[in-house]
Design a protein around this ligand. Structure first.
Ligand SMILES: C[S@@+](CC[C@H](N)C(=O)[O-])C[C@H]1O[C@@H](n2cnc3c(N)ncnc32)[C@H](O)[C@@H]1O
Length: 363
């Protein structure tokens, strides 16, 4: 069994490659499989111009039966390689998504949502007596109903102006600078997905450093966004030209700083009770404190209270009382006799605690 190589593109058939990877080793799978568009003739727009549609060999199957067999095989291989709490995303159109959805359920996956990707700039109308296709469907599923999968609910809510994210996403198709073109200006790939779609998917359902597998890697859109967001990717693709384009694309992707992508990273914990300064022997019972002008003084008690004549209270309460204020932050009010503020002493204590934690971890 092959060891998992991170941030790598495997060349070959995804069913074989996935079967060679360790079981339960990836956190999320995004799959953009062949759609089986069944295009037998050219498509034309109303003005008779030719539509740049998918005629690639990799999208052709002899029958629905052969497409279903292929779908079952790759989904089975994907299920084996996915961790028990991992999730699977599959994107498709009306041509294939219902067949894929049935197979997903038959294999034991538990559907969490279907997302409608509403294309804000769909391809123009074909010359045909039906509606313009303006959306694609994504199925998002867990391995079982009991799985404790990742969903970054809070991040999604913040992303959506403090409203719970909905299952219909309005996003443009991949155009402009993002669309890979060869030296003749021809599209490198007929179905390159927009990075914005993967951005939302990865933000919602993975954590930094998670391993994301894309068995139909194409131009590497999943890898590009994974790299940006400090996730690891594994791509599988059978066409050498797409692999080459994806490698070049990935080499130019800049990673966003980790502290900016991890929703669990919070501002450093600043709270420290005053009594800790005594426990840590940075202060001692009997030490004198004063305000900045030196006109107000107090003595440190063994339990962390301050005393001044008949008054005895916390650093905040005594400062407020003696300075005749409704409230007062004792950390910035009191100074040691050497001129150091209590706040500076608190920062020193926090730094010592952090170092202690690091030392404890490394020992
Ligand atoms: C719909 S496209 C994916 C496009 C990709 N999401 C992107 O943004 O560029 C499907 C890709 O899967 C590849 N493919 C099809 N069958 C495959 C197989 N059995 N194993 C590996 N790759 C395959 C095709 O060459 C094609 O690049």
């Amino acid at each position: 069994m092959e060891k998992l190589k991170l941030d790598t593109i495997y060349a070959g058939n995804c069913i074989d490659v996935m079967s060679s990877l360790p079981e339960k080793s990836v956190d999320m799978i995004f799959a953009d499989p062949p759609y089986n568009l069944q295009l037998h003739k050219d498509l034309h727009r109303p003005d008779s111009t030719l539509v740049d549609a998918v005629h690639d060999g990799w999208d052709k199957f002899e029958s629905f039966k052969s497409y279903d067999d292929f779908t079952r095989q790759w989904l089975t291989a994907a299920r084996r390689v996915l961790k028990d709490d991992g999730t699977l995303w599959v994107i498709g159109s009306y041509h294939n998504i219902f067949r894929v959805g049935a197979c997903v359920q038959d294999l034991g996956f538990w559907i969490l949502n279907d997302i409608i990707w509403n294309k804000t700039n769909p391809m123009p109308n074909f010359k045909g007596r039906r509606f313009t296709n303006a959306h694609e469907t994504l199925i998002w599923c867990a391995k079982s109903p009991e799985a404790k999968y990742t969903f970054n609910y809070e991040s999604m809510k913040i992303f959506n102006d403090d409203l719970q994210m909905r299952s219909d996403w309005n996003l443009p198709i991949c155009l402009g600078k993002e669309r890979l073109k060869d030296s003749d200006g021809k599209k490198v790939h007929t179905t390159q997905k927009p990075e914005s779609l993967l951005y939302r998917i990865l933000l919602a359902s993975t954590k930094p450093n998670d391993v994301v597998l894309d068995p139909f890697f194409g131009t590497g859109t999943t890898g590009a966004v994974a790299k940006k967001l400090s996730r690891h990717y594994i791509g599988i693709e059978q066409e050498p030209a797409y692999i080459q384009a994806a490698r070049k694309r990935l080499a130019n992707i800049q990673q966003v700083e980790m502290s900016l992508v991890d929703p669990t990273v919070k501002a450093p914990q600043q709270r420290l009770p005053f009594g800790s300064l005594l426990e840590m022997e940075l202060l001692h019972p009997g030490d004198k404190l004063r305000n900045l002008s030196g006109k107000i003084t107090a003595t440190v008690c063994a339990d962390g209270a301050l005393s001044c004549g008949a008054e005895r209270a916390s650093i905040h309460q005594l400062a407020a009382k003696l300075a005749h204020l409704p409230s007062c932050n004792g950390w910035t009010f009191w100074y040691l006799e050497n001129g150091q503020s209590l706040d500076d002493l608190r920062q020193k204590a926090l730094a010592l605690l952090q170092t202690g934690k690091k030392l404890a971890k490394s020992s």
